[in-house]
Design a protein around this ligand. Structure first.
Ligand SMILES: Cc1cc2nc3c(=O)[nH]c(=O)nc-3n(C[C@H](O)[C@H](O)[C@H](O)COP(=O)(O)O)c2cc1C
Length: 283
């Protein structure tokens, strides 16, 4: 039998096979409310045969929304919408993690509430590919740097989103730390020019990623958590310099027992668990 089809038994999570469905933005939520509807429940329930589903990225606050139809996990209506999704997946025999996703500078005022300026660690604009909005492809704008207090609030928003995910019936969460979004923008020295405790040194640049993912694990109780992180991305060019910070399939490299690790799309490559080092069921 293919290794992919063998069951996985972990400390907190049992899976019938080692196939994980990678997170993929679908853009099917109600654009005004960020609430996922019946098509989302149908879509994920149809894929319940995967060992584990990781959802599309879901924003922890409205400034984290990356494009039209991206869902949130903040309001009661959003939590109720996701509860219907997890219920449909569980009824079909599946398991599902929510991906917690803040895009930082990789969005546009057209997408954000009241035409807000995108936020980022520093005021560094994406100079390459344009961004997709409901008005089509448009050039990026210069983002507004988060204040230190706002960075801390955003970290709390990740923790609150993890808690909301468990209320909504998810089996665990994955923090999206890859692909040039907010967490990776904090990691990279050319997008993080801060001089406060979230920038400067290597440990300063790591702080946001660690603080945003650590509470997700504790706030989500017994549930599983993972942090997806990739080596430098070429898509938006600038988050490409992450010197001194090792990213990738087993990030952070040390102390796996204490750190969320791995990425949802690494099934089978590391020979470890299908998607993450720490996982478990919330129910
Ligand atoms: C349409 C589309 C939407 C995607 N949306 C997400 C997303 O919401 N979150 C995420 O982490 N990755 C997203 N990805 C990236 C995929 O999960 C996956 O990492 C990518 O296709 C490369 O696969 P690999 O990492 O196994 O090489 C998306 C990819 C595609 C093609």
């Amino acid at each position: 039998m293919s290794d992919l089809l063998r069951p996985y038994t972990g400390p907190h999570l049992d899976l019938p096979n080692r196939i994980a469905m990678a997170p993929m933005t679908r853009g099917r939520a109600d654009d005004a409310t960020g609430v996922p509807g019946p098509p989302t429940a149908q879509y994920y329930a149809q894929r319940a045969g995967a060992g584990l589903i990781v959802t599309e990225g879901i924003y922890p606050n409205p400034l984290g929304k990356g494009g039209p139809g991206v869902p949130g996990l903040v309001t009661n209506a959003q939590v109720d919408g996701w509860r219907a999704v997890t219920g449909a997946v569980h009824a079909a025999g599946g398991r599902i993690f929510a991906q917690l996703w803040h895009v930082g500078r990789m969005t546009h005022p057209v997408t954000l509430p009241d035409g807000a300026t995108p936020v980022a660690p520093s005021a560094v604009r994406i100079g390459s590919a344009p961004i997709f909005t409901r008005d089509g492809l448009v050039p990026h704008v210069v983002p507004r740097p988060l204040t230190t207090a706002e960075a801390e609030t955003t970290i709390a928003d990740f923790a609150n989103e993890a808690r909301a995910a468990i209320r909504a019936g998810f089996d665990g969460v994955e923090v999206h730390g890859a692909n040039g979004y907010l967490i990776q923008q904090f990691l990279a020295e050319n997008t993080n020019r801060r001089t406060d405790r979230f920038g400067g040194s290597r440990s300063g640049r790591l702080r946001f990623a660690l603080d945003a993912s650590r509470p997700s694990r504790t706030r989500s109780g017994r549930s599983g958590s993972a942090c997806g992180s990739h080596p430098a991305t070429r898509r938006t060019r600038s988050p490409s310099r992450i010197r001194g910070v090792r990213t990738g399939r087993s990030w952070p490299p040390s102390n796996r027992a204490a750190s969320p690790t791995c990425t949802s799309s690494s099934a089978g490559r590391t020979g470890r668990s299908p998607t993450c080092g720490r996982a478990g069921r919330a129910r």
